[in-house]
Design a protein around this ligand. Structure first.
Ligand SMILES: CC(C)(COP(=O)(O)OP(=O)(O)OC[C@H]1O[C@@H](n2cnc3c(N)ncnc32)[C@H](O)[C@@H]1OP(=O)(O)O)[C@@H](O)C(=O)NCCC(=O)NCCS
Length: 212
């Protein structure tokens, strides 16, 4: 385990649980996908897919390690169940280990309520802890929401694999004070503080130069 579960709330008071995605979360993941609009599916997967493939479900719920981390958010329900609300994940680039590709998804009914920036802040803290200093994301030029969130964090835009897609490069800061003085930067600072308190000590990186 990399991160202990975080029990917090969105700015509007909605309680939210943030924790690592685990292999047992396949049904929650499928349910969250079912609750996404076609527009959100297209923004996330660059195409209007009707359902996640088994390979995608397995990849998205495979156990976390230093190179692949998936964080999920869900709203605890009165009946004890969970309403899936979003995910954030990164996969380290094998040929450039200080960088990772990331993706962020918030189910439509929870969008514009501060969850995307919260998840991104938690993911960035874990990435930083794992020795990653840049998160790369492929974002459609038409994806105003994601571009505006990343613009608020001074992410860099570079050409993507085709003209309809930007490659966005988000610098991950060990000192959260280095995120810009914007609402998105403030959200990263709040998320960073929560995530720091929840990092599992055993997941601390080994001392590179231990005393003899
Ligand atoms: C992009 C996405 C992750 C944003 O999540 P979110 O929970 O809505 O984001 P937040 O509520 O934290 O928004 C933070 C800021 O981002 C900007 N933003 C987010 N959605 C926006 C939208 N639709 N239009 C304009 N700005 C938007 C705003 O500046 C917002 O702050 P504000 O609401 O105080 O104005 C979410 O819309 C989503 O999952 N979309 C579908 C999948 C996707 O596009 N994923 C990204 C591809 S990797």
């Amino acid at each position: 385990m990399i991160l202990r579960p975080i029990h917090t709330s969105l700015p509007d008071g909605t309680p939210i649980l943030i924790r690592e995605v685990a292999p047992g979360d396949a049904d929650l993941l499928r349910l969250g996908f079912d609750h996404m609009s076609d527009a959100s599916r297209t923004s996330r997967f660059f195409g209007g897919i009707a359902q996640l493939s088994e390979a995608q479900v397995t990849a998205f719920t495979s156990p976390n390690d230093r190179d692949h981390v998936a964080i999920g958010a869900a709203v605890p329900m009165e009946d004890g169940g969970l309403d899936p609300a979003g995910t954030a994940r990164f996969v380290r680039l094998p040929d450039d280990p200080r960088r990772a590709e990331f993706a962020l998804t918030v189910v439509d009914r929870y969008q514009r309520r501060g969850l995307g920036s919260l998840l991104l802040g938690v993911l960035a803290r874990v990435a930083c802890h794992n020795g990653i200093d840049r998160l790369l994301g492929y974002v459609m030029r038409s994806n105003r929401g994601m571009l505006s969130l990343l613009d608020g964090l001074d992410a860099r835009r570079e050409p993507g694999p085709d003209p309809s897609v930007h490659q966005m490069i988000l610098e991950v800061h060990d000192d959260p004070g280095d995120y810009p003085a914007t609402p998105a930067g403030d959200a990263m600072r709040r998320a960073d503080m929560m995530a720091r308190m929840s990092l599992v000590p055993d997941a601390m990186p080994p001392d590179p130069d231990p005393d003899p």
